[in-house]
Design a binder for this molecule. Sequence first.
Ligand code: HEM
Length: 296
Amino acid sequence: MGTPQPGIFAQGTRSHRHLEFVLHADRAPSAVLAALAPLRQPSVAAGGVNIVIGFSPALWRELAPTAAPAHLSEFPDLDGVPSTEHDLWVWLHGSGDDDLFDVARTVAAHLRPVASVASEVAGFVYHDSRDLTGFVDGTENPSVEEAFGVVVVPAGQPGAGGTFAITQRWVHDLDRFHLLPVTEQEGIIGRTKADDRELDDHLKPPTAHISRVVLHDAEGDEIEIYRRSVPYGTVNEHGLVFVAFSADPQRFTAMLERMFGVSGDGLRDRLTEFTQPVTGAYWFVPSLEALGDALG
Ligand code: HEM
């Protein structure tokens, strides 16, 4: 069984940074592997910064064809849900922006011969893990122990010990959202705002966010993902960097289809009236062993 990258599960970090890289057109695969080699054991760098590395499905297929998992798939084509895939995703999180900044520059310097930074977003934990709307985000996440089973590609399959990730930067219209009475805001999320309780079924609209994203399989078991989102932004533009992991990216697609009203029941997540994704990508996040094998 491969070992998942430990930063996926590391807790208690209040500063986050997401970097996406695009490879130079003329790069040779061997040069890409050489540039990535110093990152073959992403874990905790000096200063306690966690590093998680994801590859676009196309790049992972190219670099490690025999370690490509069965479910490796591109971001879905959905109306209103932009796909902005780049080649590499590096997620850094730690206790302070100072160390994160240093590590981000070091990573970019390693990759400079083959790739340039295509996007960079700095995120932060807001109060007691709330989204900028004021609602606690992450409550129903699996615990770290359970998360392992939710996200890791099982032993015996290509890609074992790896996981799939989705990243999306959402831009909120907070002024409009905060004009609504709190009871209406609560109906949009499906939970109470101050004390983060799930609304009773008779009070929870079918268009509430949690009504749209709680899915069950044929046996009635909940289909879970493991979320690691954080708020980001400036006074002028702000929102959520949505980040989640799963052993099967189809789970993300099924949730997005229900949020954006294309799952066949004619309902749409009311949250999407107040926030929109402006980026979107699926990544494969290989196990430490698969990374080591690919990078030599
Ligand atoms: C701006 C975008 C989003 C915001 C502000 C947001 C916010 C929230 C909040 C406040 C909760 C309730 C507390 C909790 O259990 O964490 C929640 C739950 C959840 N969200 Fe989101 N979310 C967003 C996007 C998404 C997307 C894109 C997905 C899936 C692709 C998703 C999947 C989930 C799931 C699975 C839950 C747990 C539901 C449960 O088990 O009760 N969310 N989200």
